[in-house]
Design a protein around this ligand. Structure first.
Ligand SMILES: [Zn+2]
Length: 879
């Protein structure tokens, strides 16, 4: 018997499921189900194993293909292993076909997984309502129907759902027919048979929905495809932007993959209670409402970019993940890394003015490198066995390091060549499962390069390198070593040699690359290399910061780079800032060098450069939060000066002619200035807040984050607190609760001390839903005044918090990760470690160990550079 990863034998292979969902009872949260599974006997066996969870079996029948009963000896459901074992009287003959029919009762979940309910207030009537939808990834299809719940047991599905008459039902493919059930007030929705697909992508949803619709421009089998956005009643118009992105993305991906979307329709639905941002169920994508719906009048424009990206990402999965599926969850990155990269590509195509790949370099790549510089990181491809293991690899490594590695490869080979390889891969494996090497084979074929060789260490090994660049008599020497956030790599941790495309830049334009006639630079993968070049002239490695590595120059070379700042592209500047910051915090360089560099970028007007500066300065101020007060004040003075300088350059007020990015930049700087108490900015925020509170003036949607955060940070009394709290209780727009909760985390104690504990206590209030807790907790954790308060609250109320958040371990994991990571002392490290020593940490053990390691690294950074920073501040008259 060949065992697959999680335990289901491959002796029986499913080919088709008939699923009937009925008697949906939203009073008692139960439903009735029927499933019939067609199985082919691959190896003779007298046992059938299926996955089930939260399901009560009523009857089981096993039959031959000719409908003759096969005698069932006994069946047994094991809660722990989530297995239903059916023992048969006789062995099934190899090659025969059978089917298993099961009647069962299931639970309508309330924890955002399986077949679950969302409660919400109707937009039009204000009445409490509920709707139901499914979230089966990674291993919760078994909560909806007994099945072989592993991605490589693909089959077709015929689904029926009976709902009350005033509801509608949706599923993966189009409706075959609708039957009214006389005198019962019910309607049966019978859907067509799906294509071959994995169980985790099966979906259905039902409720009082409405929709808007558009059609693709491209023809599929001579017809355009209808694309719809479904919402709860009263919200459909806000789906217009997402609908537009989805329709265009569908055509875009069909074109670049040279492979048409194979389903007859695509539905996107906004789900009121939702754990993630989106889920790529085949043909029926579900979304958090703020990741799909946008109101031109009331939404913050930042959400527009998020929606475009999340929609494009989920639509990309229709090919990558849905049509071709990873063989097992250890290769999750194949789904997520690719969807992340190609989702970015689609947004860049649809909205080139948004510079999406530049923001990819300043955010996604940096998050990936930050996590991957911990010893507790993991290779992109990682062994996983249990459901809770699987949930924990939906992280920045699978998504962002995966996407960054793909970005590096596609840039080196050329995006067209790369996509041609992807297309070969998709065509070869469509409706099947594939492994990473299958993707490399396709790209090797299109590029004539041995891609498996280049990418192997990136995929199978933990970490990434940093390059030490030194002057030699004839040019430079380059040496690669593994980068750790603590800078103390041991020889046994430093054995991997990565493929590092050097891409030596000589200027800001794409063609300004130092040429040579050997492949050794392009395919550098040894420990060291010598490169002849004129070191008196400008050069910089890793042009446009596309490579997944950091570079550390000796001081002579660095000064030439800084003297020639106009020769750096925006992406180069971002990379240089990020590398300098990370190398300083790892103890390999000095933090004063970062401060110098930031100052030399003070006249920049690019949003991604500024988000990098703000992020690195905030991180420094957070990490320095237990340093003497005068040092903290001096750091704040530096921040105030640089943000004021930036505001003087770009202006306080939006002009008609400003681009979206300029407007977003202004808001970023205003927020940063507000949170560092720049007087003029604080006064402006207070004025806007007051007028808004008194009903004299609306706050512009995109200014809410800045105004609410600044006012709570600077001038909070119960009055301001309650005004913002009202936005949590009764959000006045789609995004209002997320914005208000984030703002509440910026509260400080200038006016009313008692407000701080009040803000932390909100975490347990029932009106702060599990799905939104992290907006508040992550902001409280970044706030120097509430970091310890938050941790003390967690300790004192751990049982209640665990109870609230652990019904869905993804939520609990996220809470731990975001709440504890910003400490910077051994005291905090010991306290957190001790506290969890006797706790059940299954489901967040990976995040907890990463949190602890980050705290150690932060502590080490302060220890190394406290004097260096103090001296720099004094030298520059801030201290
Ligand atoms: Zn995804």
């Amino acid at each position: 018997m060949t065992l697959s990863h999680e335990g289901l034998p491959r002796s029986l292979l499913p080919s088709h499921y008939d699923i009937k969902i009925s008697e949906i009872d939203t009073e008692s949260n139960i439903f009735n189900g029927f499933v019939s599974i067609d199985l082919t006997v691959e190896e003779s066996t007298d046992n059938i194993l299926l996955n089930i969870r939260d399901i009560t079996i009523k009857t089981i029948g096993v039959y031959t293909a000719e409908k003759k009963p096969i005698h069932v000896k006994k069946f047994d459901a094991d809660l722990k292993t989530e297995l239903l074992s059916i023992d048969l009287e006789d062995k099934l003959a190899k090659g025969s076909k059978i089917y298993v029919s099961i009647k069962y009762a299931g639970i309508i979940q309330t924890n955002m997984s399986g077949f679950y309910r969302s409660d919400y207030k109707d937009e039009i009537t204000g009445k409490e309502k509920c709707c139901l939808s499914t979230q089966f990834e990674a291993t919760d299809a078994r909560r909806g129907f007994p099945c072989l719940d592993e991605p490589n047991f693909k089959a077709t599905f015929s689904i029926e759902v009976i709902v009350k008459q005033d509801w509608i039902a949706l599923s993966n493919v189009e409706l075959h027919q609708k039957e009214v059930i006389e005198n019962q007030g019910l309607v049966k929705y019978i859907f067509n048979k799906t294509v071959v697909m994995s169980t985790y992508l099966v979906a259905w949803a039902c409720g009082d929905f409405e929709y808007i619709e558009s059609f693709t421009e491209r023809l599929y089998n001579n017809k355009p495809i209808p694309v719809r956005v479904y919402t709860a009643r009263g919200l459909k118009e806000q789906g217009q932007f997402g609908l537009n992105v989805a329709t265009k993305s569908l055509d875009y991906f069909s074109k670049i993959f040279d492979l048409d979307y194979p389903l007859p329709k695509l539905d996107l639905i906004s789900v009121p209670t939702y754990s993630h941002n989106g889920m790529e169920n085949y043909g029926l994508i579900t979304f958090r409402s703020t990741a799909l719906l946008f109101d031109e009048k009331t939404s913050d424009t930042k959400y527009k970019q998020k929606i475009a990206y999340v929609v494009a990402h989920e639509v990309a999965h229709q090919w990558f993940g849905d049509l071709v599926t990873m063989d097992w969850w250890n290769e999750l990155w194949l789904n997520e890394g690719f969807a992340t990269w190609v989702g970015t590509l689609a947004v860049s195509y649809l909205y080139p003015e948004w510079e999406f790949f530049t923001s990819f370099i300043s955010t996604s790549l940096q998050s990936a490198l930050a996590l991957d510089s911990l010893r507790g990181s993991h290779p992109i491809e990682v062994p996983v066995y249990s459901a809770l293991d699987i949930d924990q690899v939906f992280d920045d490594i699978s998504y962002l390091k995966g996407a960054s590695a793909i970005n590096m490869l596609s840039s080196s080979l050329g995006v067209d060549v790369f996509l041609r390889g992807v297309s070969l891969y998709l065509k070869k494996h469509k409706y099947g499962n594939a492994k990473t090497n299958d993707l490399w084979k396709g790209i090797s074929e299109s590029s004539n390069v041995d891609v498996t060789k280049l990418m192997d260490s990136w995929i199978s090994k933990i970490g990434f390198p940093y390059l030490i660049v030194k002057k030699t008599d004839t040019g430079i020497s380059v040496e690669q070593n593994r980068f750790l956030s603590t800078g103390d790599v041991k020889p046994e941790e430093n054995e991997t040699l990565w493929w590092v495309p050097l891409n030596i830049s000589t200027g800001p334009n794409p063609e300004d690359v130092l040429k040579n006639n050997s492949d050794s630079w392009k395919f550098f993968s040894s420990r060291t290399i010598e490169i002849p070049l004129d070191t008196t002239k400008f050069f910089k490695l890793n042009k446009d910061s596309v490579g997944v590595y950091r570079v550390f120059y000796d001081s002579d070379i660095l000064s030439i780079i800084i003297e020639n700042i106009d020769k750096l592209s925006v992406k180069d500047k971002i990379g240089l800032l990020a590398d300098t910051a990370s190398i300083a915090s790892a103890g390999l360089g000095k933090t004063s060098a970062l401060l110098e560099l930031i100052w030399s970028f003070k006249d920049e007007t690019d949003i991604n450069i500024w988000t990098t500066i703000i992020c690195r300065l905030s991180k420094l101020a957070q990490t320095w939060f237990e340093q003497p007060l005068e040092v903290q004040v001096a750091l704040k003075k530096f921040q105030q000066e640089i943000y004021s300088h930036a505001l003087n350059n770009i202006g306080f007020k939006d002009e008609e002619t400003d681009s979206l990015l300029t407007k977003n930049l202004r808001m970023e700087i205003l927020s940063a200035a507000g949170l560092t108490s720049v007087h003029m900015v604080v006064e402006e925020a207070k004025r806007i807040f007051k007028n808004w509170e008194q009903g004299k003036e609306e706050i512009r949607p995109s200014a809410r984050s800045f105004v609410l955060s600044t006012v709570l940070h600077e001038d909070a009394s119960s009055n301001e607190f309650n005004v913002v709290l009202k936005e949590v209780l009764e959000p006045s727009s789609l995004d209002a609760r997320e914005i208000a909760l984030t703002s509440m985390g910026h509260l400080t104690s200038k006016n009313e001390q008692a407000l701080l504990p009040k803000a932390v206590e909100l975490l347990l209030k029932p009106f702060v839903p599990e799905m939104d807790v992290h907006f508040l907790s992550s902001s409280l954790a970044r706030n120097n005044e509430t970091r310890w308060l938050l941790w003390k609250f967690i300790k004192a109320n751990y049982d209640d918090l665990y109870k609230k958040l652990s019904a869905n371990m993804v939520i609990m994991d996220r809470f731990i990760k975001f709440s504890l990571t910003n400490f910077a002392s051994n005291e905090a490290y010991d306290d957190i470690k001790d506290f969890f020593a006797d706790k059940n940490i299954i489901g967040f053990e990976r995040s907890l160990s990463q949190v602890l390691e980050s705290i150690k690294a932060n502590a080490k950074w302060v220890n190394n550079d406290a004097d260096d920073v103090k001296d720099w501040l004094a030298r520059n008259k801030y201290l």
